[in-house]
Design a protein around this ligand. Structure first.
Ligand code: BLA
Length: 346
């Protein structure tokens, strides 16, 4: 259940003293209450001082990311044959430690697809979807990535075809996969504006068409997000469908290492970690991260986090626990309308 906030609904914000305002408000509440269905409750005024603060009224609508997952699976099955992953047996459903929520996991593999996996969390106060698809190493196709974190107050959204290779200095990869998708990215960048500063290091894992946004919950934004998810997923399926198998061993190795670097980053620094640990405890969360969400981190390569990201090395040789060394940056979208990177620092 998601709560939408209606701010400054009161017609009685100004004029008169506190007693006047309280009286008029109570009449207004009574009048409004009569116009609403019997189960809709108007909050009672506790203190007249509240009128000096912003007014918040609430209405509910239900939200679930299940239809996003259903769409993705149906659409994938139209293109290829999905086979349950061996991970499915161990990772299916888990209850949150406080008994007030559930984590559901699905995983598949298919021709060209090493792993398609979905994790959704539904509790009384939040909904989370972490949906990703990782190609086999013979393909340099981007990684499909949808991360939605929703509470009554806000949504944090990342939706992207995460580049496997550098797109800032390696123009050919960008041209190959993103050039034709820039108009799609532009369309949604207008509907779902840039979410403001973020962990600077993350930008290297994002593409010029990334949707990074934050918004207050409403049915309209939910519909736009669903539309974006469908469009991005359909495009990704076309890319993987058209992708030609690489036969050059060094290219395959390069793809494999790039995917391993991505998994190593996310298994160590994903912003959802803290919450997962609170929901299911540290041991289970670590297993979920390494064996399921970022599966491959222990198999696809032998380098460790500090080999890839030496700037995180502490003096005693351990990994700096901070999520970012650089800090947050990129107040605005760091790509221009042609998809060229215009951010000047990391
Ligand atoms: C926040 N998630 C974020 C943020 C980003 C992402 C960019 C904003 C905070 C920041 O600047 O880092 C997502 N970051 C990504 C992704 C990549 C990346 C997809 O680098 C890919 C390379 N999110 C989940 C799950 C949970 C979750 C499973 O995927 C919870 C179980 C929660 N994401 C979550 C929460 C925040 C968040 C709680 C806010 C945390 C904070 O800002 O401290």
């Amino acid at each position: 259940m998601v709560v939408v906030e209606f701010i400054n609904c009161s017609p009685f914000m100004g004029g008169g003293d506190d007693n006047d305002r309280a009286k008029r408000n109570s009449e207004w509440q009574h009048e409004i209450q009569l116009k609403l269905p019997p189960l809709t409750r108007i909050p009672t005024i506790i203190s007249t001082c509240i009128w000096r603060k912003r007014r918040v009224f609430m209405q509910s609508f239900s939200l679930s990311y299940q239809k996003f997952v259903d769409f993705a699976l149906d659409e994938t099955k139209r293109h290829t044959h999905l086979v349950p992953s061996p991970l499915q047996e161990k990772f299916n459903t888990m209850s949150c430690e406080n008994g007030k929520g559930e984590i559901r996991m699905l995983s598949f593999q298919a021709a060209k697809i090493r792993l398609l996996r979905s994790l959704s969390i539904e509790t009384e106060t939040m909904q989370v979807l972490d949906f990703a698809v990782f190609p086999e190493a013979e393909y340099d196709v981007p990684i499909f990535c949808a991360n939605f974190f929703t509470t009554s107050a806000s949504n944090i959204v990342v939706l992207d075809l995460n580049p496997l290779h550098d797109i800032i200095y390696q123009r050919d990869y960008s041209e190959k996969y993103y050039k034709s998708l820039i108009p799609l990215g532009q369309k949604y960048a207008e509907l779902l504006p840039w979410g403001g500063k973020l962990t600077s290091e993350s930008i290297r894992f994002f593409s010029p068409i990334v949707i990074w946004t934050k918004f207050t919950s409403s049915p309209q934004t939910y519909d736009i997000l669903y539309s974006a998810f469908r469009d991005y997923y359909k495009v990704w399926l076309q890319l993987i469908g058209k992708a030609v198998e690489e036969t050059d061993a060094s290219q395959i190795f390069g793809n494999c290492e790039a995917q391993h670097k991505y998994l190593t980053w996310r298994a160590e620094k994903d912003p959802g970690q803290g919450l997962l640990k609170r929901l299911i405890g540290e041991t289970l969360a670590k297993d979920l991260l390494r064996s399921f969400l970022f599966n491959g981190v222990d198999e696809l390569g032998s380098k460790n986090f500090l080999d890839y990201f030496p700037e995180y090395r502490c003096e005693d040789g351990t990994v700096n626990k901070n999520r970012s060394i650089v800090g947050k940056s990129f107040e605005n979208r760091p790509w221009n309308a042609r998809g060229e990177f215009i951010g000047n620092s990391f």
